[in-house]
Design a protein around this ligand. Structure first.
Ligand SMILES: [Zn+2]
Length: 71
């Protein structure tokens, strides 16, 4: 298992801890590395890709998971 808390696709579970990505360590790292706008842009891209990978997951759930926490 890699140490990096990165998404493994198409499940979008964390490659390191297996939790739904972005897991807590991933959120902490991303928030520390990126400004608020860059973070929102990056997560929006992930949100769109995840929506394509998981067409049966409600968009509202994905929005909460990928974007709500960046506010
Ligand atoms: Zn993780």
């Amino acid at each position: 298992m890699p140490d990096e808390h990165v998404p493994s696709r198409p499940s979008w579970n964390c490659a390191a801890c297996g939790r739904p990505w972005p897991c807590e360590p991933a959120r902490t790292r991303l928030a520390a590395e990126l400004g608020r706008i860059d973070l929102a842009v990056l997560m929006w891209d992930h949100f769109e890709e995840a929506a394509r990978d998981m067409p049966h997951t409600p968009a509202g759930d994905l929005f909460t998971r990928f974007l709500r926490w960046t506010d």
